[in-house]
Design a protein around this ligand. Structure first.
Ligand code: C5P
Length: 224
């Protein structure tokens, strides 16, 4: 089978990364969580009190940021490193989630992240999930998926995930965050979240993880 690029986009908390990880595993492809890059940049900005509305400040700060993905030897998962520090866990915090869409709307930040994402996809054999993968990062990707699910289902799934780490979190906070991110992501000037014309929609409201994986792998088989 020839190696292809699989681009997965969609709304927040639609299970994009779950599907992307599983597909990469079965296909023996690299998995890249592009959202983790925007989250790690946001963490750096918050820690260093960078004002992301100031162009010059952002430009300077980005020079000090090095991101890379490494495999966790214990469980085989891919984790993101910010300047050699494993921040995979920290970037999932609501403090980061509350600001990430503002940071991700900054042009220089997107240029910085997109250049690295495109480099990672040079050899193909990659599954990447995000908001602009099929439209901007890999407009020629062989397979583009656009994921969606009912709002209530998405909130419930993300709440279950976050409450394990933070028992004080409320379902309202989670719902508000998802709604806010979707709004900013789809209304920003630079690379707004859009369904690529040639993307195939997967609504996983009523699908199990196994069912959605099966569906996606069938699509890969048809083209590779
Ligand atoms: O995928 P995840 O929910 O972790 O992404 C966090 C945020 O990063 C999104 O809400 C969005 O603002 C931003 N993002 C983006 N473009 C991508 C991936 C993520 O703007 N390709």
């Amino acid at each position: 089978m020839k190696q292809i690029i699989v681009a997965i986009d969609g709304w927040s908390s639609c299970g994009k990364s779950t599907l992307a990880k599983q597909m990469a595993k079965v296909l023996g492809y690299i998995y890249v969580d592009s959202g983790a890059m925007y989250r790690a940049i946001t963490l750096y900005f918050l820690r260093n009190h960078i004002d992301w509305t100031e162009k010059k400040e952002v430009k300077e700060a980005l020079k000090d940021i090095e991101l890379d993905f490494r495999t966790n030897d214990q469980n085989g998962t891919i984790e993101i490193y910010l300047n050699d520090e494993n921040v995979e866990y920290l970037i999932r915090d609501l403090i980061v989630a509350e600001k990430v869409s503002e940071v991700a709307a900054v042009k220089a930040v997107r240029e910085f992240a997109v250049a690295q994402q495109q480099k990672l996809g040079k050899k193909k054999g990659i599954v990447m999930d995000g908001r602009d993968i099929g439209t901007v990062v890999f407009p020629k990707a062989e397979l583009k998926l656009f994921m969606t699910a009912d709002n209530a289902v998405r909130v419930e799934r993300r709440f279950k995930e976050l409450v394990e780490k933070n028992p004080n979190i409320t379902i309202e906070e989670v719902a508000e965050n998802i709604q806010m991110r979707d709004y900013i992501d789809s209304n920003r000037e630079v690379s707004p979240l859009r369904q690529a014309k040639d993307a195939i929609v997967i609504d996983n409201t009523n699908l199990t993880q196994e069912e959605q994986l099966k569906k996606a792998l069938k699509l890969v088989k048809n083209i590779s």
